[in-house]
Design a protein around this ligand. Sequence first.
Ligand SMILES: Cc1cc2nc3c(=O)[nH]c(=O)nc-3n(C[C@H](O)[C@H](O)[C@H](O)COP(=O)(O)O)c2cc1C
Ligand code: SF4
Length: 560
Amino acid sequence: MKADVETGINGGSIAQALFADAPLRRNAVLWGALALCGAGVAGWVAGYRSLAWLLIPGIAALALVIIDLAQTKHSLRRNYPGSARMRWVLETLRPFSRAYFVESDVEGRPFSHEDRALIYARAHGTTDTHPFGTQLDVYSEEYEWLAHSMAPNPAADRELRVEVGSSQCSQPYSASRLNISAMSFGALGGNAIQALNLGAKLAGCYHDTGEGGLSPYHERHGGDLVWQVASGYFGCRDRQGRFDPAMFADHAAHPSIKMIEIKLSQGAKPGHGGMLPAAKVTPEIAAIRGIALGEDCIAPPGHSAFSTPRELVEFAARLRDLSGGKPVGIKLCVGLPHELFAVAKAMLASGVQLDFVVIDGAEGGTGAAPKELSDRVGMPLREGLVIARNALVGAGLKGEVRLAASGKVTSGASIAINAALGADWCNAARAFMFSLGCVQSLKCNTGQCPTGIATQSPARQRAVVVPEKAERVARFHRTTMNALHEIVVAAGMDSPSDLRPSHLRQRINVAEMRQLDELYHFARPGELVAGSDDPTLRRWWDAADPDSFRRADGDRLALA
Ligand SMILES: Cc1cc2nc3c(=O)[nH]c(=O)nc-3n(C[C@H](O)[C@H](O)[C@H](O)COP(=O)(O)O)c2cc1C
Ligand code: SF4
């Protein structure tokens, strides 16, 4: 058959569609609809009037078939009119049927049923103990565990806090070992932000504003805040989108703001800025972000306030001064390791210290991101954390600069594992969303969140009752801290800060395991400055330039 000159469609006629090549199977809905219509008409004629009701589904199915046969966009609907629509129904139901009927307790992505069930139980205050032994396969290569001691320490410190603030900071902050990671107003609705903030207040942890600026929902309940400043400088920008020091100083003076975090990247979408289309820029969002109404709100991939490691630490020092001496740190997902080493070198060269570094893993979450960036760009948390620890310890800076970690932290065990790798505290985003009632329906980017968390719809947000959910946030925090304390007791240590890489074991195969310090090189204090004997660390250190994010040897194509 030649291509139809007008439509350009190369294919059979309607007659062929109906009567050739498995016509019964392909047109089952059509024949069924005709049978229903026929039975309805015949019944009516024969005096069985109630059979006429069959005409209603029959005509409806017939209309569907005609629409599908006539449309030109979907191949399946043209070839299987009516019945192809079942595919979309089943596709829509797939996540639910998989989650409820198919997956085992330890499966499920990004978070397994077991992970979520633990958070729900802790948030609700119901029993969180586990019957009958672990469900994990302790001989699988994914299995990792923490070593305990023959001499547990029940006197281990219960007050699990960390002092943040280098000697250059005049308003140090005492942080919890677990805090609420950055999630903006905009990505989350106002009720969710309020519940998180009140929850943070009840729990005694901090709540990171995310890059969308400081909203009234962040301020209403007085929970401790970390104000995140990203490339869009929302809440501290001029009309051109450049950093505005006066506006920054004004907001940073807010008593709830305890620390400032310069966001360089996040694991779920490294190097990706963001764009809120003009249609979505409500007067409320425009006022909070300091942007114009009726214009697209654009966050570029990188910062305009600095372009070298030295300028980055100097910018941090400027923010510290403008905020009246509050701790200032950076958040990033590690990409090229020598860049992080260059920041360490810049601190040594300039004498200016960051107060903290937060490492986000590639496994981290987001409201919306390009799939390629989520799946294939950015370093997973474990490697990123080890590299950051080595940069700080190896440069002799770890005593002043605190290190934090985020990426699928859901339990006391995840905090302890990160502590063993060098993290002073952890941040969690999605675990706290679960504590608010998130059911992992993965619709955060649609505005149609079924639990009212990741949406601006007032109707949907009604589901988030602030005082009730805040209690759950605080309960989840408290019980997770108790679990962390129990691990420290079992390890015979005084505090999570005493955990070391040697406390961590990783299965290699069914017959072998390794301590983490046998798998990775952990730098000794000052090792990089003195000249590391580890060839990889030495290469990264040599390639690090405090005055450029490019390699010091200028060889952009050399191995990272
Ligand atoms: C809905 C949502 C919004 C987020 N918004 C931000 C943001 O504004 N800034 C940022 O640095 N990270 C943002 N993140 C990343 C989290 O702060 C966190 O780094 C990441 O999700 C890893 O933590 P998790 O595995 O506990 O979720 C967001 C994550 C989610 C789920
Ligand atoms: S319930 Fe679904 S849409 Fe709502 S926050 Fe959770 S994953 Fe996102």
